[in-house]
Structure formats: C-alpha cells, structure tokens
Design a protein around this ligand. Structure first.
Ligand code: NAP
Length: 217
C-alpha cells in the first residue's frame, strides 16, 4: 500500500499509542497534536508531533495540521473535563470546517459502546452498565453522543465514521475485530487500534456508528 498521512488526535492515549505505532510500522506518516509529546517515549522519522491541546488550538494552526493529510482519526478522551464540558464536540465542530477548508474528507471518531448512536436506543443491558459500573464516564458518553449527532445532522459532506468501541483491558490481542451492527465485544486497546486502522480506510464504514465484535474463528 502507498504511504498515507494520518492526522491523529489522542495519539498519546491508550488506543492512540497502539494506533500510532501500527501506522508507523505499516510505513505511513503520523501527524499528532499532543499535550505532552514526551509520552510517546520514542522518535520516528515519520512521526510529526505538534505540541498543543484541542481546547485552545487557533483555527489557522488547526488548518495547518489538517492540510495535506489523507485521514483524520480522533481517539480523544478526558473523562474529568468531559464531566462538565463537551470538549470533544466543541473540537469536532471546529475540526470539520477545517477539513472542509483543506479538502480533507475522511474522519474516524472513536466513541464508546455505551454511547448511543443517533436514533438507536442502547440495549437495556448496556444501559444498566452505563447507569451503574460506568456512571463516572457519563459525561464522556454524552459528549460522544453529541459528536455523533453533530456529524449526522451537519456533516453529511464529510466521510465520517464512528467506532463505538467496547474496550475492557490493555492486554494482548484477542483476535480480529469487525464492524457489527448487532454485537459488541469487550476488546483490548491493541485490537481497537488495529480495527481503527483498517476501518478508516474502508469506504463501506462511511456514515456508520457501529460497534465492533471479534470475528468468529
Ligand atoms: N478506555 C476505555 O475503556 C474505553 C472504552 C470504550 C471506548 N472508549 C473511547 O475511546 C476514546 C479514547 O479512549 P482511550 O481510553 O484510548 O483514551 P485515553 O487513554 O483516555 O487517552 C485520551 C487521549 O486524548 C488526549 N487528550 C485529551 N484531552 C486533550 C486535549 N484537550 N488536547 C489534546 N489531547 C487531548 C489525551 O492526551 P494526554 O495523553 O495528554 O492525556 C490522550 O492522548 C474515548 O472517546 C472513549 O470514550 C474508551
């Protein structure tokens, strides 16, 4: 495959670190905006790190980041900040116009399996988990849901896709995730990153908000 350029938000996070090393290993360029670049712990000739935060990057700098990339991937999350503010939605509302200005079309946003897709109720079992075990993540889910609503209502010209990931641990790979409108697997970060890498290049995933499930052996 020819070398592509990925613009990654959240590249220092649990999914983002795996995604970045996979894309670099596959011979691509990764451009990342990071609050703390030292979290990468390595340098790579195809890793272009810009220091900054999504909450205060000025539009001209955002345009510079987006310019010339093939794919934009967001694996952003800040559970504390998202309790009181829809940080990701505010950012995606600025990112999409920057993509339009720069003629960049493809965008994958990683949300969670406990976040509801527009017009699709969560199954009762997942609601129960969200209201109990996962209640401290409610702000993040509401933010993710607002991102999905915005993309659905106001960004049909962008080739966006949302992965509603069901991540359970940072363990080794448990298999290959595939897009699934019905089932959701409790996956590992490394498998989610590999799924994201494949899915952002998959035109059949455009305008979907599906979860993922392990392919049956
Ligand atoms: N973790 C889970 O179990 C889980 C399960 C299902 C779905 N998800 C979803 O997957 C997404 C990513 O989760 P994750 O666990 O991989 O993420 P994570 O480990 O919490 O990392 C989040 C990333 O976002 C970055 N970030 C946060 N606020 C930022 C800001 N203002 N400016 C720039 N970068 C910022 C963080 O940077 P720093 O390194 O500087 O903090 C980090 O790189 C979230 O939307 C979450 O809802 C997560």
């Amino acid at each position: 495959m020819t070398s592509q350029t990925f613009l990654v938000f959240g590249a220092t996070g649990q999914t983002g670190q795996h995604f970045t090393s996979l894309a670099l290993r596959e011979g691509h360029t990764v451009r990342a905006l990071a609050r703390n670049p030292s979290k990468f712990g390595y340098e790579h000739p195809a890793l272009e790190v810009h220091t900054g935060t999504v909450t205060d990057i000025p539009d001209p700098d955002l345009d510079e980041l987006v310019r010339g990339v093939d794919y934009v991937v967001s694996m952003l999350g800040d559970v504390e900040a998202q309790k009181t503010r829809k940080v990701n939605t505010e950012f995606v509302r600025r990112l999409v116009p920057a993509m339009r200005r720069q003629g960049v079309k493809r965008f994958l946003y990683q949300a969670g399996g406990l976040s509801k897709a527009p017009g699709q109720p969560l199954p009762p079992a997942l609601w129960a988990v969200r209201k109990t075990l996962a209640r401290s993540y409610n702000g993040q889910h509401e933010d993710n849901e607002a991102v999905m609503q915005y993309l659905t209502d106001e960004a049909s010209d962008i080739e966006w896709m949302v992965h509603r990931a069901g991540i359970g641990s940072n363990g080794p790979s448990k298999g290959v995730l595939q897009r699934s409108s019905r089932a959701i697997s409790i996956a590992t970060f490394i498998d989610c990153a590999a799924y994201t890498y494949r899915t952002v290049m998959d035109p059949s995933a455009v305008h979907t908000c599906d979860p993922s499930a392990y392919r049956k052996p």
